[in-house]
Design a protein around this ligand. Structure first.
Ligand SMILES: C[S@@+](CC[C@H](N)C(=O)[O-])C[C@H]1O[C@@H](n2cnc3c(N)ncnc32)[C@H](O)[C@@H]1O
Length: 262
């Protein structure tokens, strides 16, 4: 796999792990994500180390915990871009490359960017990848036709700065599709969803991967702004035609928008 190693060892802040130092910070992230949800630099460091730690079994857990629906949601995100084949698309928070593979399979040219060396080391599919913080992309302005992100929003420590970076690297008229989890409004579905994500996911995640991480991930939904606030933030970042759509009865949600002319 081609790897655009930008050499940005500072992406996670002081002491950030490099490609050979994945996990060097040890389990300090566990205390950071166990109590009150971390913010700012502390969040960034904890999220990076947590994904380093769970990278090996990330895709297996995702597939299991969403009963494979995650694949359909990523496909819906790529559909919603509405771009021509061969368009260049930056996948932000690309993780182990699921969305890059979906994009490549549809004839697009994806580039992945992620904070976690561990996730990038486990990436499959052959798309070029960059290790960097999405809030400070080492990429020229107006260099992509599309930007995607799958389940990244609640993990970003600085969402306004990240949205501004997404807008900056897009060509005017470029499209963005941001996929995230959601909480269903239907009371019955909401109850089942709560049981699944607050009880089954941490228990099974603890056996297959790491219980602290899979207790934190459902809690991290509280970082998500409301759809109205998120739309406002996207407009402030330089997007127009912002839309929010629920997928599968509100189990997931998709934000789409167009880069406004400069
Ligand atoms: C839930 S995973 C999603 C991975 C993949 N997009 C998918 O669809 O499964 C969230 C990813 O966001 C990455 N991430 C979190 N904060 C980031 C940041 N500031 N910049 C870049 N990537 C970040 C994590 O390292 C992790 O790989």
């Amino acid at each position: 796999m081609a790897r655009l190693d930008t050499g940005r060892r500072d992406a996670g802040g002081p002491g950030a792990d490099g490609p050979s130092g994945v996990g060097r910070r040890g389990a300090g992230w566990k205390s950071a994500v166990s109590g009150e949800l971390p913010e700012g630099h502390r969040k960034s460091q904890a999220v990076q180390s947590m994904f380093d730690a769970i990278a090996g079994r990330y895709e297996l857990c995702n597939t299991l915990f969403t009963l494979t629906l995650d694949r359909r949601w990523r496909a819906a995100a790529v559909d919603a871009l509405g771009l021509e084949p061969r368009s260049e698309v930056l996948d932000v928070a690309s993780g182990t490359g699921d969305l890059c593979r979906e994009l490549a399979g549809r004839g697009f040219s994806p580039v992945g960017v992620d904070l976690s060396w561990g996730m990038l080391a486990n990436a499959r599919g052959g798309a070029p990848t960059i290790q960097a913080d999405a809030a400070s992309l080492p990429l020229p302005g107006a260099s992509f036709d599309g930007v995607t992100s799958g389940f990244g929003l609640r993990n970003f420590a600085d969402l306004p700065a990240t949205l501004a970076e997404m807008a900056r690297v897009l060509r005017p008229g470029g499209r963005v599709a941001l996929l995230e989890v959601a909480t269903p409004a239907n009371p019955l579905l909401r109850m089942g969803h709560g049981l699944w994500f607050n009880h089954v996911v941490p228990a099974v995640g603890g056996v297959l991967s790491d219980s602290t991480a899979y207790r934190y991930l459902p809690r991290s939904v509280t970082y998500l702004p409301s759809p109205e606030r998120m739309s406002q933030m996207m407009q402030e970042a330089g997007f127009s035609h912002v839309a929010n759509r629920l997928l599968w009865g509100g189990l997931a949600q998709l934000f789409t928008a167009t880069r406004s002319p400069a």
